[in-house]
Design a protein. Structure first.
Length: 94
């Protein structure tokens, strides 16, 4: 089903939660995945980066892209998805 059609039927937040579930099947546990990214980014920037900071920085990246294209549905969906990941980290969920 096309993203636009699915979005109309489920709403953006519900769709984001479904996408997070699907991606989890490919990328594994949220905390482990974001921890791997945080470890790599820590090496690049020379300061410790947390998994929560990774989620926040990915949201910020998407917001920067939305400044250029504010109606880009994929970026809006990604913001909601990273917010879902941040919430899962906060709650200790996978």
């Amino acid at each position: 089903m096309a993203l636009k059609s699915l979005k109309r039927k489920t709403g953006m937040l519900a769709l984001a939660a479904r996408v997070v579930e699907q991606r989890g099947k490919h990328y594994g546990d949220v905390r482990q995945n974001l921890s791997r990214i945080a470890a790599r980014w820590s090496l690049v920037v020379g300061v410790p980066v947390t998994p929560e900071q990774v989620a926040v920085m990915m949201i910020d990246l998407k917001l920067a892209r939305l400044a250029e294209s504010p109606h880009h549905a994929d970026s809006i969906l990604d913001v909601a998805g990273y917010a879902e990941l941040l919430d899962r980290l906060r709650q200790g969920r996978k």
